[in-house]
Write a protein that binds this ligand. Sequence first.
Ligand code: ADP
Ligand code: ASP
Ligand code: MG
Length: 418
Amino acid sequence: MKIFKFGGASVMDAAGVKNLVSVLEKVGYKDTLVVVSAMGKSTNALEEIIEQYFQDKTKTPAALLPLKEYHLQIINDLFQEQKAEVVAVVHELFAELHTFLKSNKSPDYSFVYDQVVSFGELLSTNIIHYFLLNQGLDSFWLDARNCIKTDDYYRAANLNWELTQSNIQSQIGSASLVITQGFIGSDSNNFTTTLGREGSDYSAAIFGYALNAESVTIWKDVPGVLNGDPREFQNTRLLHQISYREAIELAFYGASVIHPKTLQPLQRKEIPLFVKSFENPLESGTSVSKGKTLDPHIPCYIVKKDQVLIRLSSIDFSFIVEENISYIFGLLHEYQMPVELIQNSAISFSVCVNNKYKRLEELILVLRSRFNVDVTEGVDLFTIRHFDTKASQFINQKGKQVLLEQRTSETAQFVISV
Ligand code: ADP
Ligand code: ASP
Ligand code: MG
């Protein structure tokens, strides 16, 4: 079995869906499982609807209309005939969503989030499934929630690998071309869960792992993994080969082209991951597999924007040692602050964090009761893997103030004020 994953940008309109079919036709689709995300920016749109639902429930029905129109328009552009069935499915899905929102009594934001946001993937995969059939491809639509079993940590659910693996193997049966959703799963009560934003790459890896796939390919709007995000850096170059270890490091430091959780399951079974262009599907792209660390071996640039630098120092000049550090980490965990970088000296401790869950103010309040606290919001964290002198000069050339710098033999990191 081969696994393909198409992200939201690749299926943002009818032309994208047609291109997906043309990719399948060009590269072959026998024994292929296709994981698809929500179309375009549907997940963001659904997030806004949830936000509004919690503020003013009366406005929800109207807020859903543009999203419905968007999907109906894509259907209109895709189908000349045989569209009644897919239109009916879309109406049904929106009716189901309305019913949920009308009858829901749960005040749990994350629970509601998962029940609602998952409709993006259900809509996209249904539309694409019917279009594949319409084009003569014998597609089998699989509800990922019947396969991917998780705990009930809504919005970032954790996988039950054993159950998931046996479900996937039994649900696929003899189907040769399967289409399913990325990002979503279900808990032991069969409530929908999600794996975290951008989690469809991870879904593809889960299916790959469970099916002992020969490869997983994620189709992107870039030629493969480049040595920097082309939206942020100029003259980027394609990386032809990356080892699992190096790819895990790059994804961890923020190379957002691959979701960080994607690589571990593939590495365990040595399943190669290909990152290829959905515009030029026959080009080789990037291979993440056992082998050379990096080919070509060049510096890789990563930037994480809008981070927070917190600098703590002891009030009475006492040392900041194990006990205080473990207290600080306890708080960072409690206030859900992903830690990007740390540095300490005798009486000070600096940490660069991601205020993802918007709990910075609460955290700072608690920290101030024990330390002098200095906070700089909106900083950029630059990471250069395999840096050389030229690569390091790049930071100075930017003419920005370096607030913190850290180097190991492979990685240089800079916190920069914007
Ligand atoms: P998907 O549609 O699968 O969700 P994403 O938008 O998440 O795709 O990922 C593709 C984008 O990742 C590219 O358009 C590019 O701007 C960005 N990106 C970030 N880092 C890199 C990198 N090192 N190489 C290639 N693209 C990168
Ligand atoms: N649709 C989800 C998101 O936008 C999952 C994904 O695209 O990977 O985050
Ligand atoms: Mg993405």
